[in-house]
Design a protein around this ligand. Structure first.
Ligand SMILES: Nc1ncnc2c1ncn2[C@@H]1O[C@H](COP(=O)(O)OP(=O)(O)OP(=O)(O)O)[C@@H](O)[C@H]1O
Ligand SMILES: [Mg+2]
Length: 191
């Protein structure tokens, strides 16, 4: 069974608006690296957002790890989203938080908001975050505020945060388009 199975997926942003996804079907197996290419406005981001239901599809099915995503309750959806990491074009870091706290926020789905607020993370989470920061090459920046980093460093934080979730599926929406070519290559290599 494929890890992700999309069948005849259709989506539009409003009832009167144009249909953006017109019957998309695809399968992604575990350990696959699956790329979607197409011109600007083709609907690549819309497709990615449908997978974890940031955008609600109008019809079709999305089976992820054996679960039908399109009919899940909010609670079950929250649980399943833990298994899906996302890396964005604009990094989506919390600027006023430290690098470390941004990475730890990847555990949000597990520990709940209050825990993050009081920074009550288990020791093993902090060690895991340090290891990930080491892997992405910015362990020396752990205590810096996120807005004091370069674009490439910010995306490394984004990658570490997504991996902190220990996701089964990693969704990347043009993770290097706001970086220069040299840094882009480094980030793609890292991914
Ligand atoms: N929030 C929204 N509300 C209404 N329409 C939207 C919304 N987001 C995207 N669209 C429209 O949906 C279409 C597909 O957009 P989408 O962002 O999925 O394209 P894309 O392939 O990711 O493009 P790019 O390569 O520029 O990122 C576009 O016509 C866009 O105008
Ligand atoms: Mg896009």
């Amino acid at each position: 069974m494929a890890l992700l199975e999309i069948n005849e997926l259709r989506a539009r942003y409003s009832n009167s608006g144009p249909e953006i996804l017109k019957g998309i079907s695809l399968e992604v197996d575990e350990d696959d690296f699956f790329a979607i290419i197409g011109p600007s406005g083709a609907g690549k981001s819309t497709l990615i957002r449908c997978i974890n239901r940031l955008v609600e599809p109008t019809s079709g099915t999305i089976r992820f790890n054996g679960h039908e995503m399109t009919t899940l309750s909010r609670k079950r959806l929250r649980e399943l989203r833990r298994d899906i990491g996302m890396i964005f074009q604009e990094f989506n870091l919390v600027d006023r938080m430290s690098v470390m706290d941004n990475v730890l926020s990847g555990r949000l789905g597990y520990t709940g908001n209050l825990r993050t607020l009081f920074r009550a993370f288990p020791r093993q989470d902090i060690e895991h975050a340090m290891n990930l920061l080491d892997r992405v090459g910015i362990v020396d920046q752990a205590d810096k505020r996120a807005d004091k980093l370069s674009g490439g460093q910010r995306q490394r934080v984004g990658i570490a945060r997504a991996l902190m979730q220990e996701p089964k599926l990693l969704l990347l929406d043009e993770p290097t388009s706001s970086l220069d070519p040299k840094i882009s290559r480094e980030i793609m290599w890292l991914i």
